[in-house]
Every structure is written in C-alpha cells, then in structure tokens.
Design a protein around this ligand. Structure first.
Ligand code: SAH
Length: 187
C-alpha cells in the first residue's frame, strides 16, 4: 500500500540522516519523531527537539529514557521560531521535521501558527546542509489549520528551483483531511 504521510516522512528521514548529524524536531508532541531521529543520529549526533508544552517534554523524556537515548537529545521548552538561539552560527542541520496542528489528546487550543512556522523555516533554510531535508507534515482539519496549510504551501512553492527540490505528497481522494506532506531538499 502507498505510505501514509506519516510513514513517508519517516522514510524521507531514514534516507537522509547519518550518524553524527545534527537534526531538529520542531514539534516534539509525544516524541515519536524525536525517538526516530535519536536512533538515526547515533551516539555522536545531536537532536534539538522543541515544544511549548511541558507535557510534551515529559512524554518525550520518558520515551527516550526507556530506550536509553537521552544524552544525544536536547529537549527545549521553547517555540521553534527561536531555533536560531540554540544553534551555532555555522552549524549545519541535516534534517528537520514539523508535525503541524495540535497535540492529540491534549489542549486543542495550542496549535502551531503560520507566522512562527514560517520564522522557523527561514532559520532552518539558513542552516540546511547540502542534501539536507526539511519535512513538514501538515494536519489542517482544525480551526486555523487551512490558513497554516496555505502559508506552508505558498512558502514551499516559491522556493527557488536552483537551490531546492520541493515535494508535495498527499492523498487526493480521502475523507477527513488526512495530513499533507511537504519536503524541502537543499540541492
Ligand atoms: N497533529 C499532529 C501532532 C501535532 S503536535 C498529530 O496528530 O500527530 C504539534 C505540537 O506542536 C504540539 O505538541 C504543540 O504543543 C507544539 N507547538 C505548537 N506551537 C509550537 C511552537 N511555536 N514551537 C514548538 N512547538 C509548538
């Protein structure tokens, strides 16, 4: 079967991330992507994981501890729009992932927002390594979701072809607004 956006996002990360790389989970949530990234970067790599909800950090910390992965992960209680404050000026990022929307089974009012998502993308592009990838999985069935989706789609489609490959992956005949994936790859 064709992969869901979520599964495809993991395939895109696995193809790209190598041991020792520095990577970003821009929306930690329940820590699913953080865990995968921590495995992929190995002992010598580094994962910067962001969320603005303490619950997300607690859930992710528990998950990493069970897998003995915490030392390579920096859990950051701050918005991804402040990413630049945590990176060295010349630090290269090989992959980043966003899950846009709200955290399932949590406060549905706490959602990612167009302006701050865009700010984080701007910063990531400045740090993106050759062949590095930024993956955005946009859930948009909630109030405000469509607006954010439009912002992300416009942002991605305007990136210069000379510098980036940009992919859009979505099922076009499904009910209930399944998530839509974008991938920006630096040429
Ligand atoms: N809808 C997705 C999960 C999205 S989780 C799914 O179903 O799997 C989105 C996460 O982003 C939430 O945990 C939320 O707290 C977090 N978030 C919201 N704004 C943020 C910001 N500015 N920076 C970092 N994380 C943010």
């Amino acid at each position: 079967m064709l992969a869901t956006a979520l599964h495809f996002s993991h395939s895109l990360l696995k193809e790209t991330v190598q041991p020792g790389n520095h990577v970003v989970d821009a929306t930690m949530g329940n820590g699913n992507d953080t865990e995968l990234l921590a495995e992929l970067v190995g002992k010598t790599g580094k994962v910067y994981a962001f969320d603005i909800q303490e619950q997300a950090l607690r859930n992710t910390q528990d998950r990493l501890t069970k897998r003995q992965l915490p030392s390579r992960v920096k859990l950051i209680l701050d918005g991804h729009e402040h990413l630049g404050n945590y990176l060295e000026t010349t630090e290269e990022i090989h992959a980043a992932i966003f899950n846009l929307g709200y955290l399932p089974k949590s406060d549905k009012q706490v959602i990612t927002l167009p302006a701050t998502t865009q700010q984080a993308l701007d910063t990531l592009l400045q740090h993106l390594a050759h062949r590095g990838r930024i993956i955005i999985v946009a859930y948009y069935g909630h109030p405000g979701g469509e607006e954010e989706l439009t912002t992300v789609r416009d942002y991605c489609s305007k990136l210069p072809q000379k510098e980036y490959n940009v992919l859009n992956y979505q099922f076009i005949n499904q009910q209930n607004q399944p998530p839509i994936l974008f991938c920006i790859e630096k040429k």
